[in-house]
Write a protein that binds this ligand. Sequence first.
Ligand code: NI
Length: 157
Amino acid sequence: MLKILINPDPILRQKAKPVTNFDDKKLQKLIPEMIETMQKSDGVGLAAPQIGESIRLAVVTYRKKTIVLINPEIIKRSLLKEWGEEGCLSVPTIYGDVKRHKKITVNYIDAQGKKQCLQAFGMLARIIQHEVDHLDGILFIDKAKKLFTLTPHESND
Ligand code: NI
């Protein structure tokens, strides 16, 4: 499991660099490690800057499917936006409502180095917008309407 950087780590605020070599050994090792880290942390998305790699890579999970997004680019955004609650593994215990485009089209490269185009709605569109923001050094707390803290119950069982 990889260590997740916590706000205000400066790496979280950098604009991440595009991936150029898709079969780079380090990248191919990093992808399953990021998926494992996301799953063990009960997250629905994880961007590479959150584990200290300032590259344009994110993993997302939705309806038990995992999507690996390399160099994601949102090429279409619906005019319609909606508010929804968000949290972030790098901003623990803090939640807030963020307005996001309801529908997006995203171009990306998958883990096999293939170009993909995905239309996403609702929750999946929200997760992808949150992760692409990470690649630009933006955190949901920058956009949230009001933030609130939820402290996890102190229980280890
Ligand atoms: Ni996040």
